[in-house]
Design a protein around this ligand. Structure first.
Ligand code: NAP
Length: 278
């Protein structure tokens, strides 16, 4: 039997509508500052989509585009300026940055309460300590998808493939907070397929096309595919299509996790404008 597909587009649309309603009820519309460095086509598309959806939700689009050869100090100045500007509620530095820039140092200049990507040391610490804060958009979106699909997390064995600061690590922490038993796999994990086969919930964020095949999935398990790759045959994820015949529920690529990331960014921007996390 084929897996039930978890429709990320529909869930993301509901979140965007809720965000627009929340924005409409505010006296001042929140401002999101996106910073794009250089002209990487994929990054330009991602930032363009974020800006468009920000405007559609009734928020202010405060974009900055910097040249690819911009010095570190000049990017830092732009972040400091946006940090000091009261009309800016959220700051998003689009990654990856050109190689000559130190992304970690720049991210940590973003004030934690404007860090709508949830990537600063302070927000990572708040997540680890289970305190209120801005959570990274993609793993937060995965959690919403799991909830919307009615997947029970308490006591479930959740296996996360990938340990990046952006997806894998915060994902495992969010699952742990929801009382799942969380196992994190990475490129040095032995017997990856056999570890994954133990999962009730398998979240794959490895950045390797079709890494997870049917042999790595327990029949009936819920599989969340965070990966996205452009191939000659079109878009694919980190999960092979054969998993469709084994899993109980599965996110498609495209139309699964992808649409959730921007929806959660919009939601984080409203949180940043309305909540005090200190
Ligand atoms: P990343 O920073 O490259 O991290 C990849 C992680 O996967 C690393 O922890 C790596 O292990 C692990 N890994 C790599 N090869 C592996 C293998 N053969 N077996 C087991 N683990 C392996 O990537 P990321 O930023 O987390 O993104 C992961 C994927 O999600 C990418 O395809 C990216 O495009 C996609 N993504 C999608 C969205 C979205 O909105 N849909 C958002 C963010 C990312 P080590 O730590 O040992 O190197």
């Amino acid at each position: 039997m084929s897996a039930t597909l978890i429709d990320g587009r529909a869930v993301a649309e509901r979140i965007r509508k809720q965000v627009a309603a929340d924005v409409g009820a505010l006296a001042t519309s929140p401002g999101l500052a996106t910073i794009l460095v250089g002209d990487d086509p994929a990054s330009a598309i991602y930032v363009g989509n974020k800006r468009k959806q920000c405007v559609t939700a009734g928020m202010r689009d405060l974009h900055r585009h910097l040249p690819a050869d911009v010095p570190q100090a000049a990017v830092a100045d732009v972040i400091d300026e946006l940090a000091a500007e009261p009309s800016v509620d959220g700051i998003l530095l689009q990654l990856p940055l050109p190689k000559h820039l130190d992304a970690v140092a720049l991210i940590d200049r973003i004030p934690p309460d404007k860090d709508v990507d949830g990537l600063t040391e302070v927000n990572a610490g708040r997540l680890t300590l289970n305190r209120p804060g801005l959570r990274p958009c993609t793993p937060a979106g995965v959690l919403v998808l799991l909830d919307e699909a009615g997947i029970e997390l308490g006591g479930a064995h959740a296996v996360v493939v990938g340990r990046s600061d952006l997806v894998g690590k915060p994902m495992a922490q969010l699952l742990l907070q929801r009382n799942a038993t969380a196992t994190v796999c990475h490129s040095r994990t032995r017997e990856l397929a056999s570890v994954c086969r133990q999962a009730d919930v398998l979240v794959v964020a490895a950045g390797v096309p079709r890494l997870i095949g049917a042999d790595a999935v327990r029949p009936g398990a819920t599989v969340i595919d965070v990966g996205i790759h452009r191939t000659d045959d079109g878009l694919c994820g980190d999960v092979d299509r054969g998993v469709n015949e084994i899993a109980g529920a599965l996110t498609p690529v495209p139309g699964g996790v992808g649409p959730m990331t921007i929806a959660m960014l919009l939601r984080n921007t409203v949180f940043a404008a309305t909540q005090d996390f200190t």
